[in-house]
Design a protein around this ligand. Structure first.
Ligand SMILES: NC(=O)c1ccc[n+]([C@@H]2O[C@H](COP(=O)([O-])OP(=O)(O)OC[C@H]3O[C@@H](n4cnc5c(N)ncnc54)[C@H](O)[C@@H]3O)[C@@H](O)[C@H]2O)c1
Length: 321
């Protein structure tokens, strides 16, 4: 498969690390609006200064690794070119872009996976099996850790462009909760800057409360710190089910379900399984075979935007009409 990379920054480097280990996969072209960045990771692939030029190169799939506000145009153009698309999370920064991407994906009939890699964990299938169709009564997520080095000086430092840690870190938690609990009915949220991580200019602590349409509650705590090791985890509570999922750097599910202990580890990093799952879906031309579709990620974007609105207004924000 001939792969094109759009945006040659931190996450693109990680994807190259995975792609370079796979047989039958060739990094064919790289583009970045900063040409030197594209050249620095190309390793023999063709280099372009714009995604419009890159899409003229013969390709089978592209990875869109630009900042969130620059996802929609290249992703939609790639779909219109008939290419499979791995689109980094969040789906978009603005609702209008997210809706447009999801509509373009439906119209194209093609394969598009959004980079919420935790959905690719086999452990999530185990949690769903233990829930056996029951709605979780409570989900408790914690993300306590750093962002990419140098982040505050990049596009991330402008909350209007990035959505801050709510979108960068917290949207992973929102997405995983959506995968288990389904659509949200209402959202409350608060944010603060008491940790010093954003130099006083950016929120570094966010707390989100979700009421799910199925009746359960979600709690999401996000803190931007240098805490070592970082903590990424989720508790899933339902009648007869009390599970704890450790996420990153190790992936382990523990607790009890239906009177039995649960202890299951996963040794494949979901950053790898998300990419290999996408490539398999692309080879089979099966849009439903990816872990997170644009439609799934649009649900997550709506909750993140509702949380942002709740922080700004201090009000509960209702979703889904
Ligand atoms: N899935 C994950 O765990 C994860 C982790 C980190 C980042 N991300 C996501 O990946 C995306 C990129 O993040 P990053 O950390 O790699 O950012 P980055 O700043 O390191 O890299 C982004 C690159 O895109 C380039 N770019 C910007 N606009 C462009 C355009 N219109 N055309 C071509 N190139 C353009 C920039 O020059 C830069 O080199 C974001 O959406 C981010 O949320 C996901």
């Amino acid at each position: 498969m001939r792969i094109g990379l759009i945006g040659a920054g931190a996450i693109a480097r990680r994807h190259i690390g995975v792609l370079s280990t796979l047989e039958g996969v060739e990094l064919a072209a790289v583009c970045d609006s900063d040409l030197a960045r594209a050249e620095s990771i190309a390793a023999g692939a063709a280099v372009y200064g714009s995604w419009q030029q890159l899409l003229e190169h013969p390709l089978d799939a592209v990875f869109v690794c630009t900042p969130p506000a620059a996802h929609a145009q290249p992703a939609m153009a790639a779909m219109q070119h008939g290419l499979a698309v791995y689109l980094e999370k969040p789906l978009a920064r603005a609702a209008v872009d997210g809706e447009a991407i999801a509509a373009a994906w439906r119209e194209s009939g093609g394969v598009c996976a959004v980079g919420y890699q935790w959905r690719s964990l086999a452990l999530i299938g185990r949690v769903l099996d233990e829930l056996a169709g029951a709605a979780p009564g409570m989900l408790i997520s914690r993300s306590v850790g750093p962002t990419e080095p140098g982040r505050a000086a990049s596009w991330f430092g402008d909350p209007a462009a990035s959505g801050g840690i709510l979108f960068e870190l917290g949207s992973h938690d929102i997405d995983l909760q959506q995968a288990l609990a389904g659509p949200a009915a209402s959202v409350q949220a608060l944010s603060g800057r008491g940790l010093g991580a954003g130099g006083g200019a950016l929120d570094d602590a966010v707390a989100v409360l979700v009421r799910y349409a199925g009746g359960g509650l979600g709690v999401i705590s996000v803190a931007w710190t240098q805490q070592q090791p970082p903590i990424y985890e989720l508790d899933v509570l339902a009648p007869e089910v009390a599970l704890h999922l450790a996420l990153d750097p190790g992936f382990r599910l523990g607790g009890r379900a239906h009177g039995r202990p649960v202890d299951q580890e996963e040794d494949v990093d979901p950053r790898t399984s998300a990419v290999t799952g996408f490539l398999d879906a692309a080879r089979r031309r099966d849009p439903a075979a990816v872990a997170c579709t644009p439609e799934d990620a649009l649900g997550t974007l709506r909750v993140a935007l509702a949380a942002e609105q709740a922080i700004a207004s201090g009000e509960t924000v209702r979703l889904g009409g």
